[in-house]
Every structure is written in structure tokens, then in C-alpha cells.
Design a protein around this ligand. Sequence first.
Ligand code: GAP
Length: 525
Amino acid sequence: MPFRKQEAHTFQGWEQVTELHERILELAVSRSFFFPANEPYGATGGFYDYGPVGVLIKRKIENLWRRKFIYEHGFHEMESAIVTPEQILIASGHVSSFADPVVDCKMCKARIRADTLVEKEVKGWKWDGKIESITLAIKEHEIKCPGCKVGGALSAAYMFNLMFKTAIGGDQSPAYFRPETAQGIFTAFPRIFRNHGAKLPLAVGQVGKSFRNEISPRKGLVRMREFTQMELEYFFNPGRQGIEEFNKVADRKLRMQVEAKTSEMSVRDISENKIAANEIMAYFLALEWDFYTACGVDQKRMYFRVLGKAEVPHYSKGNIDLEVETSYGIVETIGNAYRTDFDLSQHAKTSGQDLSVFVEEEKKKLVPHVFEASMGVDRMFFCILEHCFREKEASKSKTEDSKPETVKDWEWFDFPPAIAPYDVAVFPLMKKDGLAEKAEEITARLRSTLGVLYQESGSIGRRYARADEIGIPYAITIDYDTLKDETVTIRYRNDGGQERIKISELEVSIRKNIESGRVRLNEKS
Ligand code: GAP
């Protein structure tokens, strides 16, 4: 089935909700990371808004992706139209095959994802891809509706297309909200190729919204109906499966899972032993590993999984996913695929246009092959929140029955400075005696290059705690000494350590630390 892999392995449990997951959702809502969209109207499942804090982090993730995957390579970025005429998605196979199996409850009329329902009810059952197998299993094991109180009988299983349908213009010609950003890149390829050097390899990336009418969206950002993808399509001559930059990453070690066994492998071995489809794919795995690490995902809790033959779409010559361990189960956050010439050939056939290109070195025309690296921003954001969450238990004063009362009195996010919502928080110790004015002056100066949260109300301890809670790496305090000697106190989020620093050195020091990923200014990188 094109574009969708078996998701059985993706979620370890049926509606598994753990304490940590619940806590993260609570914090996300209360600290303005993200919250359900349209709350006053009851919040339809699968749609989330990013709040003022979350949107700053999300943009930083997207911009870091742009830097690592586009600008540093001289690749191109585009923004394609979201509403996609039906013909394009017929050509890509989405109209016929972008579907999940479902059953309807005859009593409560709920529509339920059928393969995962049977998997949950029948131990060891795995879907073979045939719709009849699901109907048979439901009958044999007398599976009833898990949602409705009376345990209603279920319909025969059928395929449910996951695209949101719409119609264009007065003649209402059929169209869909794009289910992936990739198709817009494929249809724009001929023009971008002509306009930008007419040479292979050529890579085009895009950050944008995709839409899937998921049957059972999950709580939080793991399975949404509207989500953001960062996709890169690398077009190359199929006769040249290497990439110039390969040696820069060849010795890097990555965690790879092949046939359920996980081990460390060098990028060179991944390529030479054909674990990845080619050198190009192996190269991008290294880039993704570094990108995830730079964003705060724990290396020990992620690995690349090489998809088995049965999971790889028919047109692909190999897929490797990045999977991340979370309290919610294993979450697939990146899909890498060697899509061959499938998409361009399909669009050539359906549109009647010649989408082949002339390759100077070989003096012939050919249809480029494509390697795709497709990432979801939202799933990544969720993994970062989980992996960067820290809490410290403290023994409070003794309670009446003299047992020490343990409370979690310090919770924070250990975001790498590069993706923290603000680079620094600025607090005047007091509002009076010219301290607020001095703090505002410093804030204005820093804001020309840094993201600054300025707050003057509340106790200084409370303001530090608030800054920690949203993961700001540094907080600076303007006190009476500042007025005398032009120095401020800088406080570090992760250990509460403090030191004095000259105002004139602040900006450069913080900027250097953001670049190097250090949390403490005088720390060795
Ligand atoms: N163009 C290929 C493609 O779209 P995919 O594996 O279906 O491949 C790529 O999706 C990534 O998009 C996933 O690894 C995931 O991070 C994200 N994604 C897919 N469906 C999602 C959903 N319903 N909610 C949130 N993120 C999703």
C-alpha cells in the first residue's frame, strides 16, 4: 500500500496513556506549548494549536532543518499549493490506495480502525493486507465495538480513504487537501530543474502542512489530522548512487535496527553492506541523527529501523524509518524512502508531459530517481518535550506526623539553547530605583539579535522558576551592582548556578553558546 506503512509497531498499546505522557500534555497546555484547537467549541480530535511558547520552538526546529538540510548544501526550498486537484493524486496512487481498514459499529455508528482493533483483541494476530482477513477475524473471535456500552456488532471491514476532499471553483472540480508535501515538489520539479542549472543531482525541500483524516487521532501530537512535514526530495541520476559529501560522515556511528536486532554501525558500513538502499540514503541518515541530537532527542532512545520487504511500497527500493522511544510507545518520526522514478513517471503518464531531463555527461535523457527524507515536525516536537523534561524531587519541611513530605518542586525542560523558545530571560531585581529602566535598556539591545523574555513582576525566585519551566537556558538579573559596575548576574537553568558577567560581553557569549550547544557560558564544548 503506497505511502502508509503498517503502524502496528508504532504504538505499543491501545490508547496507551502513561503518567509521563499525561504530564507532558498538561504542561503543554498550561505553558502555551500547544493545546487543542477550537477549545470553546469542544475541540475536534486531531487538531492542535501551537501557543506563543510552542510556536517559537517549532519555528526554531524548522529553521534548523532549513539550515542543515537546505542552506548548508545549497539545495532549494519551495512552498507548493495545499489544495491539490484530484488528477495529481490519482497519478500518485493516493486516491486508490491511501486508505486504512475500518469497521462501523452497527449500534453506536462509531467508525473504528479495524486492523489495530483485531491486533489488540487477538494476541499474535498480524494483518496480511487483505481486507477479508479482518472481517474473518472479527467474526471468528466475536469482536464487538470497544467503544459503545452495549458492545455493538461490527460491519464487514472496508477501506477508508484518509484524504480530506474539497472542490475547486464554480464547477466544483474534485480536489483534496494534500496528504504529503512531496507531490507539490514532484509537479514543480521540471520548472525548478530548468530554472536552476538543469543539472542533477538537484534537491528541493519544503516545510508545510499536510492533512490526513485519521480514523483515531491520538491525544497529543503523535497522530494528528493536520500536521507539519519537513520533506526533502533529492533527484539524482540512477547511474550515480553516491553523494559528494559522504566522507564527511562516513565514520559516524548510528544505531540501526535490522530484523529486530539493534546495533551500532558506521555510516560507511550502512552503505557498503547495503543496509541502506544507497550511499545517498546512508548520508542523509547521518544528517538526521545529528539534527535530532542537536534538537535534544536522546541518542540512546532512538534508532533507525530498516523496514522489512513486506512493509516497503512496491515502487520503493528501500525504506528506513527513524523511531523514537517515548512513554507513549515507539513513535516513527522520519520516513526515508528510495522512491525511484515512480512519482515522476506517474505524473508524466497522467499529464502527458515529458518529465525526463537531459544528462550532459551521458548525452541522454532520463527520468531522475528520487531519495526522500520525510519528517513530521509535530511528532519530533513531542519527542523533544519528553526527552528534555527534567524534574527534581525535594524533601520539604516535615509534615505533622513528622514524615518528610516529598514534592516535585522543580520541573524544567533541558532544551538545547538552539531550540529554546527564548535565548535569555531578563529580570530587574526590583521595579524601583532605576533597575527596571536599566533592564529594559539591556532587553532592547539584546532583542536586536536574541529572543528575550522580559519580566519585572513577581519574586525573583518565581520568575526563575517560570523561565526554567519553559526551558530558557539563561536568565540575567539586573541589581544594584549593575548600576555601579555594568555587570549582571547570569543564572543557568540546569543547575541554578550563577556568575557575574559584563553587560558588554552578554550578547556575544550567549550567541557563542547557542551555536555550540552549551548551557553554561564557561563550559568546554
Ligand atoms: N512523503 C512521505 C510521507 O509522507 P509518511 O511516513 O506517511 O511519509 C512522514 O510521513 C512523516 O510525517 C512521519 O514519519 C511522521 O513524522 C509525520 N506524520 C505522518 N502522519 C502523521 C500524523 N497523522 N500526525 C502527525 N505526524 C504525522
